[in-house]
Design a protein around this ligand. Structure first.
Ligand SMILES: *Cc1c(COP(=O)(O)O)cnc(C)c1O
Length: 446
């Protein structure tokens, strides 16, 4: 085909308009131009020249692509349960439904139905969080970083905050404790050393400029060997003897005993409350398995002050988060967390179950093998904890296979290990197996 034989733009637009009568003419024009431009380029560079049919198909593809939402549902076969790049915690069916219900119409977001007057979004989740953590009061904001910013700005602006050198850490995604302190207008006073800090290190640093002691839970790293740090209870007691606050950044925010699920021990929120931390901050979408949110629980009088702080208006959560978080918390209250919350379903699925699910999948791709793998919690939670798991190892060009699966609808993301593409089944929910099955059947091993 030569340049002169290429279909005319208006002809191509006509064909596209038959297929997409409802779409804006500008979209069709742009797709037609792009597809023709690529054909011209192929002719000029003596590459394989597309047929008219291919030129049309390419334009159709461009139009379909433009209608894809930028944020897409993805199947996580990486074996990393809280995969930060894949959106951390998937929501439970109940949380998902709660979002649909709360968003489809109006809601009592800031309306007291009993009194018929203005209410507050900030008190909707408090009763559940009180019951689950034993705290006097609770408040929810956009994420844990926002929660820290709010607590520090409210109680320590212009004053000193004492932090162990072992706690002045980077959590990931640009969240560094020293930066958040600076942003909150606090003066960081670091004490102890990276591996060892003692109670007297803290108490010796307390002055009349001190507002708070800050304890940061090592949620995404481990310091092993020759280490020491005072317990939260000891820190709380020391802080209170000097009329100072103890703020505890717990990060992952477990509400249940992780050891009961074969994972390493993780302090629960209730334990921190019991240890008398004044404020405990944790994430909604890590070990809690809910939506992105920053939860603050602690003393009534402090939470009331946070509620009046002007920053809260900028950091508040929207109704969708409140709906999803409440449904997630209800699963904990009714002891259904491990059967309903996806991350706990993933943690608790047995090797036997994973193997049973693997069998029909293996049959779809000739060169696949069942392999033992290790799944991790990820998402800056429970470092050093891995779960034995099972996956499919696919023979063939790992990069090419990976690319094909990422182009699937929905995309499937695995991991490459020893030049083989591995699809770990622990992070794939059983209800996604059918999609995986179809994608494997269509996979070109070339
Ligand atoms: C993850 C984490 C944060 C940040 O939580 P986000 O909800 O992502 O803002 C803060 N502190 C600790 C200790 C964490 O592990």
């Amino acid at each position: 085909m030569s340049l002169r034989n290429l279909p005319a733009v208006h002809g191509l637009i006509g064909l596209l308009a038959e297929r997409f009568p409802e779409l804006p003419a500008q979209w069709l024009l742009e797709a037609a131009r792009t597809s023709l431009e690529q054909a011209r380029h192929a002719i000029r560079s003596h590459a394989a020249v597309p047929s008219t049919k291919q030129i049309v198909a390419h334009a159709v593809d461009l139009i379909l692509q433009r209608q894809q939402p930028p944020l897409r549902h993805v199947i996580n076969a990486t074996g990393v349960i809280l995969h930060t790049n894949l959106g951390r915690a998937p929501l439970s069916a109940a949380a998902h439904q709660a979002i649909i219900t709360a968003s489809a119409g109006y809601s009592n977001l800031e309306y007291d139905l009993a009194q018929g007057e203005r209410g507050s979004r900030n008190s909707l989740l408090e009763p559940q969080l009180q019951r689950l953590t034993g705290a006097e009061a609770a408040l929810v904001v956009n994420n844990a970083a926002a929660a820290m910013l709010l607590c520090l700005s409210c109680f320590a602006q212009g004053q000193e905050v004492i932090v162990s050198r072992g706690h002045a850490v980077e959590i990931g995604g640009g969240f560094r404790i020293p930066d958040i302190l600076r942003q909150s207008g606090c003066i960081l006073v670091d004490v102890g050393t990276t591996n060892r800090s003692y109670l007297p290190d803290y108490t010796a640093a307390i002055t009349n400029q001190t507002a708070a002691l800050l304890h940061v839970h090592a949620s995404n790293f481990q310091v092993l060997g020759f280490t020491h740090e005072p317990s939260v209870a000891e820190l709380a007691q020391a802080a209170h003897e000097h009329q100072k606050l103890l703020i505890c950044d717990l990060g992952s925010g477990a509400l249940l005993d992780t050891q009961a699920y074969g994972l390493v021990a993780e302090p629960t929120v209730a334990m921190m409350v019991q240890a008398k931390a004044d404020l405990v901050v944790f994430s909604g979408d890590k070990l809690l398995g809910g939506p992105q949110a920053g939860l603050i629980v602690g003393k009534r009088q402090l939470i009331d002050q946070l509620r009046k702080h002007p920053l809260l208006r900028a950091l508040r959560v929207d109704k969708l988060t409140i709906a999803a978080l409440s449904a997630t918390l209800l699963a904990y209250e009714t002891q259904r967390a491990s059967s309903e919350i996806p991350i706990w379903r993933m943690v608790t699925s047995s090797l036997d179950e994973l193997e049973q699910r693997a069998l029909p999948l293996l049959a779809q791709y000739p060169a696949a093998e069942l392999v033992a793998t290790h799944a991790t919690i990820g998402g800056g939670s429970l470092p050093g904890s891995s779960l034995p798991s099972r996956g499919l190892a696919l023979d063939g060009m790992a990069e090419a296979l990976s690319k094909q699966l990422r182009a699937n609808d929905p995309p499937i993301v695995g991991r490459i290990q020893a030049q083989r593409l591995i699809l770990d089944l622990r992070t794939v929910l059983p209800e996604q197996d059918a999609v995986l099955m179809a994608a494997l059947a269509a996979l070109d091993p070339a």
